[in-house]
Design a protein around this ligand. Sequence first.
Ligand code: PMM
Length: 264
Amino acid sequence: MIQIMGIVNATPDSFSDGGEHDEPDAAIAHGRTLAACGATILDVGGESTRPGSVPVGIDEELRRALPVVEHLAADGSVVSIDTYRAATAARAIEAGARIVNDVSGGLADDDMMRVVADAGVEFLIGHWRGPSADMYAFAEYDDVGGEVACELSQRVDAAIAAGIDPSRIILDPGVGFAKAGPQNWSVLRELGAVTDLGFRVLVGTSRKGFLSSAVGDDASRDRRDLATAVTSVLAQRAGAWGVRVHDVTSTRDALAVTDAWDGA
Ligand code: PMM
């Protein structure tokens, strides 16, 4: 069964949920709803990494994220912390997080891999080339699929050298991170280059800007969720272990339809 990671943005500036879940209580309630809808992992983030977003600073990130991690982990949910800061990861692990989801794959903070290795938690390594504020400056590739896989494999080597058990590594091609519109489709089409590295692979396409080239710039949130559900099915077909989504229900249903088709 593919893992469905439900996004719990404890941020007022997330482009995709318009800040509905900016206070801890609302984010906790949202996380519980996602778990009830079928999310198998809840991904809590206290700082948006969307293109052009401005960092909030660690104190605010902790204020937003920690109570959410603590309550959802206490419910028995598998919680991941979406952060590129080692100190935030350490505090979230203490609060019950079992996965560190670092969109920078350890590149943004030199202490990250040590914190993850010491705690023995899972490490989700995102493909990344630079901070959100100017990541499109790095979106130059000759062969996007191959280069993403190659750069991820360098991060894997660094993670193993830092003492992280290979069985605890999950890779993510970083859709939308240092990739311009069509490059995101290419990296998905060539997901095999990443799955061939032999680790679990998670894909995050949810409500992202590149979907516009398929459904239009003015597509409603519901239509972006439908497009996301389709990409979730295609990612599963391409060998993904997990998908990261805002709307768990539409992706869960799309995956259930695929299972029914395959199981007939
Ligand atoms: N995308 C965002 C944030 N965190 N984490 C992983 N592992 N993969 C992603 O693709 C990813 C992520 C940005 O999207 P959001 O602001 O909607 O959360």
